[in-house]
Design a protein around this ligand. Sequence first.
Ligand SMILES: C[S@@+](CC[C@H](N)C(=O)[O-])C[C@H]1O[C@@H](n2cnc3c(N)ncnc32)[C@H](O)[C@@H]1O
Length: 269
Amino acid sequence: MNLQEALKYGLSNIKLDNPQKLSYILISSLTNKSRIELMLDENITIPTHTYKEYISRLNNDEPIEYITNKVSFYSNEFFIAQGALIPRPETEILIDITCKLTKDLKSFNLAEIGVGSGIISIMLNRLCKNIHSTTASDISNQALKIASKNISNFELQDKITLVNTNLLDNINQDFDVIVSNPPYIANDYTVENNLSYEPQNALFGGVQGDEILIQIIDLFLSSKAKYLICEMGYDQKEPIKEYLKNNDNIKLSFYKDLSGFDRGFYIEK
Ligand SMILES: C[S@@+](CC[C@H](N)C(=O)[O-])C[C@H]1O[C@@H](n2cnc3c(N)ncnc32)[C@H](O)[C@@H]1O
């Protein structure tokens, strides 16, 4: 197929909004060429079988990031595949808050719980030059493999250690800062079709949804860490406030996402 044939096929077969844009993304991914390069290359050939297969996956609601194995986060491109959550733009706020809170620390040891594709630990290491070491955990081997690939792509193998464990179990190290974007959706919440491609243990946090968050808060309170920064569900501010109401020796703050929903909290000891 040449470019015109591929675009025509995409326009008549992609059953989602913006078929032309989606066709270009798939063709770019298949040919490793940008949209401009494609338009300038009259002789480009698009592998027909794979292109048609990609379109049928798209029509089955599979997120385009899993089809192209690429995702943009904080203006960087990361490898992504089924097995790790697709990074969400709101998680960039967690990164900004962590950088701001820790900017005056001379040097700190960071722990991330639930590393997924690695975006948080990687971006923090790229942005905060005062991180001494990072330990990042996950219970999913598939996620850890994806994180490991991204960590290598960004040449951060010497800075980030991956551990396959529940929370920070059996890690005998003290941390100064703990961050997490844990699963926080209630188990019985009905999610949209395309979320069914994402790992269920990245999404669902228990009967109420905030069970893992509460475990992380307890772990932080009993640790030597000075800061905990977490993402949470839009309806979890009150339960978390209530849970922490008798802790006078901490400072609890909440933040919103760009749509104005409560999206996270941070605690300072
Ligand atoms: C919402 S995803 C976040 C992934 C990534 N940090 C991000 O922000 O895109 C949550 C991650 O936590 C992991 N996870 C779930 N329960 C866990 C637990 N008890 N201990 C460690 N990791 C856990 C999941 O496998 C998943 O990779």
